[in-house]
Design a protein around this ligand. Structure first.
Ligand SMILES: NC(=O)c1ccc[n+]([C@@H]2O[C@H](COP(=O)([O-])OP(=O)(O)OC[C@H]3O[C@@H](n4cnc5c(N)ncnc54)[C@H](OP(=O)(O)O)[C@@H]3O)[C@@H](O)[C@H]2O)c1
Length: 272
């Protein structure tokens, strides 16, 4: 699907690098067809050395050569980036933005009329092909643009399509979610250490338990609550643990976390 096409990344930081690694590992495109532009020389050198991609400090040059441009800079840098590259973007190019809180409308306003924009909220497990990304289309994006975007992000994990007004909620849930999961894994490991387990063993058991439970949710057709009921016997150990979880308000804390991150994404979108 990407045959004969060139992709340029504007921004080769954490997320840009994760996507580059993912699409190359899945042989979606040859390294020589990928260009990354960044302001950090060391970052460019690292990407050039590790992946064999083309690297430049010149955003305009990167844009000029590409069929697909992935905007992977921080939301606060988006305006200056768009102002710098807008002259080189016509309706022949597909723009994919992954910036939290930045709407397709905002991108379109800064580019020539009719610009084809897709918006994606990925997450960092894309680095190992286990990402979760939501995709929304801008007003001039075509069915083929949607298919191409799904193709790119399916290679580095799972994808869902959503209406754009839900993208901040996606940012709050799966965009920021890996950090919540790391805290839970660390907390469970602490709990194991507190009960006498060695740290390395506790981390291994904790992380694999989350991974296994997540796979059961994704592979089967059972609701998470049904899966929980299946391992909770009357008067047993698990229900005793669950009671402590309810007393500690884990569910309310998760809801508050996703709400706070969603609101922050909205705020960043207004500030940019
Ligand atoms: N990290 C995540 O988990 C995640 C998840 C979902 C979505 N995202 C989105 O992905 C985007 C990138 O996030 P990130 O975590 O990868 O950030 P990052 O690590 O800071 O990467 C952004 C890179 O772009 C560079 N840059 C800044 N201004 C530039 C310019 N004018 N032209 C070219 N490059 C420029 C930055 O350099 P400096 O460091 O010098 O500024 C940095 O190397 C953000 O919009 C974020 O909302 C991130």
């Amino acid at each position: 699907m990407l045959k004969g096409k060139k992709i340029s990344f504007i921004g080769g930081g954490k997320m840009g690098s994760a996507l580059i690694k993912g699409i190359l590992a899945h042989n979606l495109i040859a390294p020589g067809k990928v260009t990354v532009a960044d302001v950090v020389e060391g970052q460019l050198e690292e990407l050039r050395k590790t992946y064999g991609v083309l690297a430049t400090k010149d955003n305009k040059k990167a844009v000029g050569e590409a069929d697909i441009i992935i905007l992977a800079v921080k939301p606060q840098n988006m305006t200056e980036v768009l102002e710098g590259i807008s002259g080189g973007i016509d309706t022949g190019k597909l723009i994919i933005t992954i910036a939290a809180g930045i709407s397709t409308g905002f991108i379109e306003e800064h580019l020539k009329k009719g610009a084809r924009v897709m918006r994606v909220m990925p997450n960092t497990p894309a680095l190992i092909g286990e990402g979760a990304a939501a995709i929304a289309r801008g007003s001039h994006a075509t069915d083929e643009d949607l298919a191409l975007t799904l193709h790119i992000f399916d290679a580095v994990g799972i994808t869902v399509t959503v209406k754009e007004d839900l993208m901040d909620a996606v940012t709050g849930l799966s965009g920021s979610g890996p950090a919540y999961a790391f805290v839970i894994i660390d907390a469970l490991a602490d709990a194991g250490v507190n009960m006498g387990l060695a740290r390395d063993i506790a981390v291994k058991l904790s992380a694999q338990t989350l991974l296994g439970a997540a796979k059961l949710c994704l592979i089967g057709d059972k609701h998470p609550a049904a899966l929980k009921d299946m391992v909770t016997s009357p008067g047993g150990t698990t229900i005793a643990g669950l009671q402590a979880i309810e007393e500690g308000k884990l569910r309310a804390t998760m809801m508050a976390a996703v709400e706070a991150a969603t609101l922050r994404a909205k705020e960043l979108g207004r500030k940019k």
